[in-house]
Design a protein around this ligand. Structure first.
Ligand SMILES: [Zn+2]
Length: 287
């Protein structure tokens, strides 16, 4: 069987509860403090969002009514999406003695282009309130893999509605795309292992494959040797990105962006790893 003929992977079960029948509509009434604080750094940068829409292969039909024609309105989903991409592209210090990975790794995981990290993908958006995000592999050769992000990453009162967490889900779903490209089976619970098990408290668990700082040259995060000594799980890539935002950002990244990223990472660290807790932001590096 073609590996890509699998079912959609609901890869980030939401703490708000199980899948809901009722489709919510994302809250478009405003933005979280972290979103506002980052927005106040970059403002409405049209050259960037025009670039971002292409680099993430956004499609107008998916984003109409969500800021596609109102890209400078921080209350809406497309502006929040491109602001998260701004943080991915520009927000990291790339400190070779401290950062887990470089901007080049996180960009290649998040962006649409095919390469070592994944085959071509595109970013869509869903009103599903029961997940943070979802990766759906293409079925036909002429289709494209899809990454969706969901209302709990956009609704201003949701804990994960901040630029760091949104980018963190780009990493998580992008890593499902990496597994799809290389035929890696990470479990049958939305691309994760059944739980609770070990230190993992939810159904949908990963391992954290701890690696030293500098173990991966920048641009090499995609590499694995088929053993735990050189491997990443989706939640791990997400936590490493979030902690690089929290602990190794550019100096202009607002404190609210760093703190909300750390909160997301640290919650994941204690709930999603079988051999957990995973890495917690602020802990010493390297070890
Ligand atoms: Zn890593």
């Amino acid at each position: 069987m073609n590996f890509k003929q699998g079912i959609a992977l609901a890869s980030a079960l939401c703490a708000l509860g199980g899948a809901s029948e009722a489709l919510a509509t994302c809250d478009q009434s405003g933005a979280s403090q972290a979103d506002i604080d980052l927005w106040n750094i970059h403002g409405c940068w049209s050259d960037f969002y025009v670039w971002q829409a292409k680099a993430y292969d956004l499609r107008s039909g998916d984003w109409s009514g969500r800021g596609w024609n109102d890209a400078c309105n921080v209350a809406l989903e497309f502006p929040k999406h491109w602001s998260a991409a701004y943080l991915v592209s520009y927000g990291l210090a790339d400190n070779v003695s401290q950062s887990f990975h470089g901007t080049v790794d996180y960009r290649a995981t998040a962006e649409a282009a095919s390469g070592n990290y994944h085959d071509s993908l595109y970013h869509s958006v869903t009103d599903d309130a029961g997940i943070f995000g979802r990766f759906t592999p293409r079925i036909w050769p002429w289709d494209t893999d899809r990454v969706e992000t969901a209302c709990p990453l956009y609704n201003r009162t949701s804990a994960n509605a901040n630029p760091g967490s949104r980018g963190g889900d780009f990493m998580h779903e992008g890593w499902h795309a990496n597994y799809d490209k290389y035929g890696i089976n990470n479990g049958d619970q939305g691309g994760h292992r059944a739980g609770p098990t070990g230190a993992c408290t939810i159904n949908g668990c990963d391992y954290f494959y701890f690696h030293g700082i500098g173990a991966y040259a920048y641009g090499a995060m995609w590499e694995n040797n088929g053993t735990a000594s050189r491997f990443h799980s989706p939640n791990q890539v997400q936590v490493e990105y979030l902690c690089d935002v929290a602990d190794q950002p550019k100096s202009w990244v607002p404190a609210s962006v760093r703190q909300t990223a750390a909160s997301d990472a640290n919650t994941r660290a204690v709930t999603r790893f079988i051999n957990g807790p995973g890495y917690s932001c602020g802990s010493p590096r390297p070890w």
